[in-house]
Each structure stands twice: as C-alpha cells, then as structure tokens.
Design a protein around this ligand. Structure first.
Ligand code: ADP
Ligand code: MG
Length: 349
C-alpha cells in the first residue's frame, strides 16, 4: 500500500517535527489568506464577501479502505469531497485545514504520500492549506478536513430555493463511483482468498478513478457563472441522486418528476453494473460519492444550459403535494426513496 521508500517512524520526529516536515514547502497563493500555518490560528480576509465553511470527517474502515486506496489518492479525494461542498453553495473555495490522527502502523513515508495528494489537490484547485491539527490515534487513520470559501451574498445557492416548474439538472454522469467501489471490493476479496491472483482492473480506469480520485465540479460553477445562470437551489451528490433530490424537495417544499431515461450514466458504468447484476439506474440513484452537482434552474434559463455537454436536464420541480417521483423508462411512476448509503458499506446493505 505504501510506496516502498523505506520506513521512518513518526516517533523519531515528534509532533512538531512531523508538522514542520509536512508543511515546510506549503505556500500561500490566495490574497484572502493573510496568515497560514505557524500561529495559533490562520487569518483570512474576505472583505465584503460572505464566508462559507464546511467540514468532513473520514475514518479508516468506515469511509476508506487502505487495501485498495493509495494514500496519495486518499489525500486528493479527501480535499475534493470538501471542496465539493463549497462549490455546491456556488462559492469559491480558497482555504482548507487538515487534521489527522495517525496510529503507529503508519510510517512518515505514508503520511508524506497522503500530503502529496492533499497538496496536488490544493494546487490544482487554487486552495491554500492554512492549518490543521496532528495527533496520534490508537487504531487506524483519521482525516478531518475543513474547507473555507467565499461568495457574494446574492450568488449563494441554498438547498431551499427550488420553485415549481424549475428544471432539475445534474452535472457529469452518475453511478460510476459506486460501481467502481464494487469492482475494487471484488478484486480485494479475490486477492484475500488467493494472494497469487493480482487485481484485474484492466480497461476499468474510468470507474476506478470515479471512486478513488473524484473531481469536485468547480468547472460547473464557473460555467454557470459564464452563462449567467444562477441555480435556484443546489446540492452536491455525495449520498446518491435519490437522497439529494429528496433534500432539495424537502428543503424547498416542492415535489419533482425525475425521468429515468434522462439520468446520465457512462457506458462503462452501465456495462459493469450489468455484469454485477445491478440495475445501472439503481447505481445512479443510490450509489454515493459521485460528487456531481444537482441543481434547479428557472425555465427561462433553458436555452442557456441546453447545449452544455456537462449538464443533463433530468426532470422538473412540481407542487409539494405531488411528491417526488421517478418516471421509469416504461412510463411507470415510482415514489423516490432515499437509500443513501452514507457510511454504510454497500455490501452490508
Ligand atoms: P496548537 O498547539 O495551537 O494546536 P499545533 O502545534 O498543533 O498548534 O500546530 C502548529 C501549527 O501547525 C498551526 O498553525 C496548525 O494550524 C498547523 N498544523 C498542525 N497540524 C497540521 C496538519 N496536520 N496539517 C497542516 N497544518 C497543521
Ligand atoms: Mg494542535
């Protein structure tokens, strides 16, 4: 799991030595970052903007499995998961803090890899690492990231703004991260049964990457701004389309009609789901971790978004009393139920 670079015990460095080692090359690039790592608190300046803050906790064995997750990818993903929440508010992400709990099974080299992934994500998304905390844990790895960003008050998108008649839209494609996880779990189990057999993930890059190395959709936030479209409501898809739609409906006090045939599913996701005997639509509805954006726009914006290849219109909002419905490919109407998997392992559902 850890790239083979020797093993330096963290005890040799001590807490301050470790923090210094991990953070010595970190530079601030955003003008909103006044003071970063090194004092008791970071200092930020958002002038006349509203500040956005979101946090996530990731526990080894619950949220990630180091049997098939390279630490570099884990660091990268942990940042993406957090930035996604800032983008879902239609904001700009500008800083993160990273707190880690490490058990003695992790050498310095492992934590270096984790930080490599974190730093690559920060550089790519123009985010400054401005602080954190470091502690030992009895068992396993704990990562908590807080993301900080900003937005003009009038451009913030809440979950509660959807109106009757609004178009329901989603970025990218869905279900890939879930089916990628099924594949990784299967290969892990084969390997555990017979360590002679090497994992066979050939040709499955896309879905494996969807699981291990998701990208938060800053590009969609930018595209919407360029098109001068402000979503009436928005949420990121961490627990599956069904659960997120229900959040928008509940908080906006609206119903919705979602059309199965409109749900964007990548061909590899589709075929692999079929191979597993899972309905691809179920992957999209209930599989998690796609980190796409789900949002509603006023019908007057239809012309502006209709030709964007990264945005699919999958339904529309209705009056609250009609409820949230999925219209299947054969025209059958099903109530949408949330089976968001949250931290549940899919195999245990
Ligand atoms: P304190 O005693 O105030 O918690 P620490 O000694 O833990 O301070 O941290 C010193 C500095 O290093 C602070 O600026 C803190 O934000 C930063 N820091 C600590 N741990 C990490 C980490 N894992 N990643 C990034 N920055 C960290
Ligand atoms: Mg501390």
């Amino acid at each position: 799991m850890f790239e083979n670079k020797g093993r330096t015990e963290i005890e040799q460095l001590g807490e301050f030595g470790l923090i210094d080692h991990l953070t010595k090359n970190i530079k601030l690039t955003n003008k909103t970052s006044v003071k970063g790592i090194g004092d008791d608190a970071a200092v930020l300046n958002f002038s006349n903007k509203k500040t956005l803050i979101s946090t996530d906790l990731l526990l080894e064995g619950i949220h990630f499995d180091l049997a098939y997750t390279p630490l570099k990818h884990l660091g990268y993903k942990a940042v993406q998961v957090n930035l996604s929440d800032i983008y879902a508010m239609n904001g700009t992400a500008s800083q993160i803090t990273v707190s880690i709990g490490i058990s003695s099974k992790f050498p310095l080299e492992a934590i270096e890899e984790l930080y490599q992934g974190i730093t690559i994500a920060c550089e790519k998304y123009d985010v400054d690492l401005v602080g954190g905390d470091t502690t030992s844990s009895k068992q396993g790895l704990v990562i908590s990231i807080t993301s900080i960003g900003y937005a003009d008050e009038k451009s913030i998108c809440y979950r509660n703004g959807a109106q009757e008649g609004d178009l329901l839209c989603v970025s990218g494609d869905l279900g890939g991260a879930y089916i990628g996880l099924q594949l990784l779990e299967r290969e892990k189990n084969i390997f555990l049964d017979n360590p002679q057999i090497q994992p066979d993930l050939e040709g499955k890059d896309y879905i494996v990457e969807r699981q291990l190395k998701p990208e938060a959709r800053r590009d969609i936030v930018d595209a919407l701004q360029l098109m001068k479209v402000k979503p009436t409501s928005m949420i990121d898809i961490s627990d599956g389309l069904a659960s997120e739609i229900l959040h928008l409906c509940k908080q906006s006090d609206k119903g919705c009609n979602l059309y199965e045939e409109k749900i964007p599913i990548d061909p590899m996701t589709y075929d692999t789901a079929r191979d597993f005997g899972i309905d691809p639509t179920v992957c999209a509805l209930n599989g998690g971790e796609d980190y796409e954006l789900l949002f509603t726009v006023d019908q007057k914006d239809f012309e502006k978004i209709k030709n964007n290849p990264d945005i699919s219109i999958i339904g529309h909002m209705t009056e609250p009393a009609s409820g949230a419905h999925l219209i299947s490919k054969s025209g059958i109407v099903h109530p949408i139920k949330a089976q968001g998997w949250n931290s549940l392992k899919p195999n245990e559902e």
